[in-house]
Design a protein around this ligand. Structure first.
Ligand code: ATP
Length: 238
């Protein structure tokens, strides 16, 4: 079943195109990776799905077959499309616990309690810092909290933008391993933007390669990996 779909999605900033007729599909229970060079439009793709940037006439974004491209961001979030943005964005002045509780709004705190406990199980670093202000967490802990907030809200689809950005490899490995385990346990549907294909592909079912605002290639992880150009670009030719 197709959960999320974009059809001919075009976005421009000040009349400069950032996405041109991008059509992607994410099936329920799938993990889909978006790869591409800097400035390709990956962040714009996630932002337009979550309503943070508007799309051009003729563009369609469908969730469970219903058009959502005209909805305001909070309505899209309420439908369960949860965006973990680039650069994390936790509430710096709130504690870890408060950040998680705010994220519970979508489903209500009583329903979200087990999810908060789940987050503390997944990321024990956060549990021991429940009362610490989020702004004083390390970059890695803030990324864990940003992902944790998404988990608490019980996403229909989680969209995550460059979770590895600016973090030490050991932390990145920890975050990806935890995400992978969580996806395996829960069947969560994910759309993931990540420069480092070596991190994202092992947990992905399918891949879209974006360049200059357009989809250049799509396929299963194996198909994409067997493409000579992609291997060179993302896997050092091996
Ligand atoms: P990166 O990995 O560097 O974040 P990306 O693939 O996510 O790249 P986007 O951030 O979506 O790419 O940017 C796509 C294009 O749109 C780029 O040319 C960028 O300069 C432009 N762009 C992005 N945001 C804006 C904005 N707010 N105003 C004007 N142009 C923008």
């Amino acid at each position: 079943m197709t959960l999320l779909e974009t059809r001919d999605l075009s976005v421009s900033y000040n009349e400069v195109p950032a996405l041109r007729r991008v059509s992607i599909k994410v099936m329920k229970g799938e993990v889909v990776s978006v790869l591409g060079p800097n400035g390709a439009g990956k962040t714009t793709l996630l932002k337009s799905i979550s309503g943070l940037v508007g799309s051009e006439p003729g563009s369609k974004i469908l969730l469970n077959g219903e058009e959502i491209q005209h909805l305001a961001p909070h309505k899209i979030t309420r439908l369960g499309v949860i965006h973990v943005p680039e650069g994390r964005q936790v509430f710096a002045e709130l504690s870890v616990q408060e950040n998680l509780e705010v994220a519970a709004t979508r489903i209500g705190l009583s329903k979200a309690r087990p999810n908060i406990e789940r987050v503390y199980e997944l990321f024990s670093e956060l549990k021991s810092r429940k009362n610490q202000m989020a702004g004083t967490l390390s970059g890695g802990e803030q990324q864990m909290l940003a992902i944790g907030r998404a988990i608490v809200s019980d996403p229909v689809i989680m969209m995550i933008d460059e979770p590895s950005m600016g973090l030490a490899p050991v932390i990145v490995k920890r975050i990806f391993e935890t995400l992978k385990k969580f996806v395996k346990d829960t069947g969560l549907t994910m759309l993931i933007v990540e420069q480092n294909a070596k991190l994202s592909l092992p947990m992905s079912d399918r891949v879209y390669i974006v360049s200059q605002g357009q989809i250049k290639l799509e396929g299963s992880v194996d198909e994409v990996k067997s493409d000579e150009r992609i291997r060179e670009m993302y896997f050092g030719g091996k």
